[in-house]
Design a binder for this molecule. Structure first.
Ligand code: C5P
Length: 243
């Protein structure tokens, strides 16, 4: 069989050319990185769990009318997605203070925020993904004002959906990151959710105990990352309860 053409390789995923024009195959690796890849490990089975979890969230979003790049899962580690023009921004939504927000503004971790806060970071590993304002985004041409309004609306809809999914299984959605891409139709484009949604890119705390069930387990050496992700997947019914 001819080898598939690799289109892009990132820290946790590889993109291959898809079977049809306008499609790609997204492969989930077991590699875990944190602090801009200063900390690295291979967590056996992480790719399989994130492929399943991202399928679950993207399918749910598609079902409630929030457009995503997800088409279908192909196998344990791969899913078929729509090819998009990625906007070079990480869109972070926060419900509870944690991580870089707590550090930057001195707000105690765990403090609920008065409203969801949306932040944009410029995707650039060499620069360490710096936070940027709408002024920067427009001035440097990464997106226009309409795109920004649409990104905010998409991010808030994703937040409502994910918060509800998690609350139903006793988990608080503290914050998360999404990436957004453009789909072109003639001269017009619309925005859809791309990349992945998984515990790699969310903060998830058990509502009862506060136990962390996300990549902070790896960042902060709090125990087994695959146990944490398996727990999330089991609660959501993505894995059978006895697996
Ligand atoms: O580190 P910080 O507090 O800014 O992260 C906010 C959220 O965005 C966290 O859920 C984190 O996992 C996610 N994130 C990410 N990829 C990055 C930076 C942050 O998924 N490069």
């Amino acid at each position: 069989m001819a080898r598939r053409k690799k289109v892009y390789e990132g820290k946790a995923k590889i993109l291959y050319e898809g079977p049809e024009p306008g499609t790609l195959v997204q492969y989930f690796k077991d590699d875990a990185t944190a602090f801009n890849a200063e900390k690295k490990d291979v967590i056996e089975g992480k790719g399989v769990l994130n492929n399943r979890l991202s399928e679950f969230f993207m399918n749910g979003l598609n079902a409630v009318g929030v457009p995503t790049h997800f088409i279908k899962r192909l196998n344990m580690r791969e899913q078929l997605i729509r090819s998009v023009e990625i906007i070079p921004l990480e869109v972070v939504v926060r419900n509870v203070a944690a991580g870089s927000l707590s550090k930057r503004l001195g707000i105690e971790e765990g403090q609920p925020l008065p409203r969801p806060i949306i932040e944009f970071y410029f995707k650039d590993d060499k620069l360490g993904d710096p936070m940027v304002s709408e002024e920067h985004i427009i001035a440097f041409g990464w997106a226009n004002q309409q795109d920004i309004d649409d990104m905010v609306a998409l991010a808030l809809r994703v937040n409502d959906f994910l918060s509800g999914c998690m609350l139903a299984v006793g988990i608080r959605l503290v914050d998360f990151k999404i990436e957004i891409g453009r789909i072109w139709e003639n001269d017009f484009h619309r925005l859809i959710v791309a990349d992945e949604i998984s515990p790699d890119s969310c903060r998830l705390w058990d509502i009862e105990t506060g136990k962390k069930l996300d990549k902070d387990v790896f960042r902060q050496d709090l125990g087994s990352l695959s146990d944490a992700y398996t727990e999330v997947a089991r609660r959501l019914g993505v894995l059978p309860h006895n697996s």
